[in-house]
Structures are given as structure tokens and as C-alpha cells.
Design a protein around this ligand. Structure first.
Ligand SMILES: [Mg+2]
Length: 312
């Protein structure tokens, strides 16, 4: 039992937190006080993001293990720090735990810890409550001297994509058809890898804008174009996709947590792949808007709409 756990009072909620702290060990820092205090390196910007994963909205209980649910919710939140090319500083977990999930709480906490450890982000606080549906809200804090955003793409930049798309969409397609997904597809859904170190390297190589793919390439490309007030000329045929995935499915596949970036065309894709063990592919270019033209994405194929969690 860590010293932090001793400051928690009696009661079932605190017993739950004590159980988390026992699993998290050194990864938990300052949990149990009213606030966490963090040092931000001089000259850095603090970047913050929060992300919620809800049972039967983002995942179903029979698709994922409790550990995967914890891992995936945390990785998804950390992916927003990757989009900013930020160094993770800390994270907080707000957990709504229905009665039927209490026995799985420890495994969920293990999954959160696994993603936090991979990112080097201590867990510095959170909240637990009872509720009707399992819900994990993960708030992430990071620092960067010059954070990337969606807004910096410049005409003349190339459009780059990390990874190979389509796994999450193909896994969902299989589950919704009552089938077992291909293990490669399932792994891309259950165990996404936030591209944190990759993003910092790319920022160092002159990347000007980035977005992490949560809504699907087509939709997130539109977000990047709108924020940067540019046109993206997308070479859809160049988009790398996993075996068993059609182009349209790859373009629509959400929750990929790969990065779409504007960066110099001369980027060394071979060096990137050697260093990080994941490909980076040039999939288009950034163009200036013509007079009266609206920001958007041009491709020689019909682009799908994005995933919208609030659509019926
Ligand atoms: Mg994002």
C-alpha cells in the first residue's frame, strides 16, 4: 500500500480507489488529494484534452475484455496529445461503474495503467461513481514547446498518413454481422497505439499540422482542411489499407488513432519506418484555395461522411 492510499478515508468508493492504487503502484502520483500539482517545463505550452468511452456507444461488453476497455479508452485520449506532438505529462480517470461491472474494475484499471505506462504518463487523479452504463472519461495533459494543431497546414506541404487503415471498421463489420473479426483487424480496434513519439519526431522534421484519426480519414481530412483554410488533394489510391479492407471502408474507418499530417514532401519515410516500426505514406498535397473556394478535400473517389456519435 502506497503512502497515498493511506490518506484515503474508509468506505467502498475509497476501497475501490485503494485497489486501483495497489495495481498502479508508482504510476499513481498524488491521487487522493483535492488537486494534483504538476510542474510544467519553462517555455512549454500545456495542452489538455478529454475523451469519453461509453459502453454500447463506443464498444460492447462482448467485444472486448475489461482490460482492453481500460487500455483503449486511455489510448484514445492520449492520441489527442499525439496530434499536438506533445509530451504526455499526466492523466486523470473519471470512471462510472455500474454494479454489474464492479468485479471487472481491477482489470479496467490494469488496462488504463498499461496505456499510461506506454505513454510515460502518471495517473494523478480522477473520480469514481456508480451509474447505469460503464463510462470512462480520460483527461490527458501534455507539454510542447510548439504544439501542432489542425490549423497550420500550408499550400505546398505534402499530406502524410501513419499506419495502415481499415482494421477498426472491418472488426466492427464482423462483430455487427455476428462473426469473429480477423485477429489483425480486432487488434487495431482493441489495442490502438497513440503515435506520441512519432508525432514529436515529425514535428521536429517540419510537420505543420496534424489530426489524429478518430472520425475516419475522410472526415478528419475535412477537419484539417477547414481549420487550416486550405484544400487537400487526396490521392485515395495511395492510402494503405489492411488485407480484407475495401478503399471506401478504409476512408471511413474511425477510431484508428493514426495521424494525418501536413509536412514537407521531402520527409524521410524510410527513416520513419525504421525508427518506429510503422509506415508513413504520402497520400496527397495541401493546396491554396482559389478565390471563393471553400476549404475541403478533393479526391477522385466519392468520400464517405464521418462517424458522428450523436447521429441516431
Ligand atoms: Mg483528436
Amino acid at each position: 500500500v502506497s503512502a497515498d492510499a493511506l490518506v484515503l478515508g474508509p468506505g467502498r468508493e475509497f476501497d475501490l480507489v485503494r485497489g486501483f492504487l495497489a495495481r498502479w503502484g508508482e504510476l499513481a502520483q498524488g491521487v487522493g488529494g483535492d488537486c494534483a500539482e504538476l510542474d510544467v517545463p519553462a517555455g512549454s505550452r500545456l495542452v489538455v484534452s478529454t475523451d469519453t468511452s461509453v459502453e454500447d456507444v463506443h464498444f460492447r461488453r462482448d467485444w472486448l475484455s475489461a482490460r482492453e476497455i481500460g487500455y483503449r479508452a486511455t489510448a484514445a485520449a492520449l492520441s489527442d496529445l499525439a496530434a499536438a506532438a506533445a509530451e504526455p505529462l499526466a492523466l486523470l480517470l473519471a470512471l462510472t461503474l455500474p454494479r454489474g461491472w464492479r468485479d471487472a474494475a481491477g482489470e479496467i484499471a490494469e488496462g488504463v495503467a498499461e496505456a499510461a505506462r506506454l505513454a510515460g504518463a502518471p495517473i494523478v487523479g480522477g473520480d469514481t461513481t456508480a451509474g447505469a452504463a460503464l463510462s470512462l472519461t480520460v483527461t490527458v495533459l501534455g507539454t510542447a514547446a510548439r504544439p501542432l494543431s489542425r490549423a497550420g497546414a500550408r499550400p505546398g506541404d505534402a499530406l502524410w498518413l501513419t499506419g495502415t487503415l481499415g482494421g477498426p471498421a472491418a472488426a466492427l463489420r464482423a462483430w455487427l454481422a455476428g462473426a469473429a473479426p480477423d485477429p489483425v483487424h480486432r487488434a487495431r480496434f482493441a489495442r490502438p497505439l497513440p503515435r506520441l513519439a512519432e508525432a514529436r519526431w515529425l514535428a521536429g522534421q517540419g510537420a505543420t499540422a496534424a489530426v489524429d484519426l478518430s472520425d475516419g480519414l475522410a472526415a478528419d481530412a475535412r477537419h484539417l482542411a477547414a481549420a487550416s483554410r486550405v484544400r487537400l488533394d487526396l490521392d485515395a489510391d495511395a492510402v494503405p489499407r489492411l488485407a480484407g479492407v475495401e478503399l471506401a471502408e478504409a476512408l471511413a474507418s474511425g477510431e484508428e488513432y493514426e495521424l494525418l499530417l501536413a509536412a514537407p514532401a521531402a520527409l524521410d519515410a524510410v527513416a520513419f519506418a525504421m525508427r518506429f516500426g510503422v509506415p508513413i505514406t504520402r497520400i496527397g498535397r495541401v493546396a491554396a484555395l482559389a478565390a471563393g473556394e471553400r476549404p475541403g478535400v478533393h479526391a477522385r473517389v466519392d468520400l464517405p461522411g464521418g462517424h458522428d456519435h450523436l447521429s441516431p
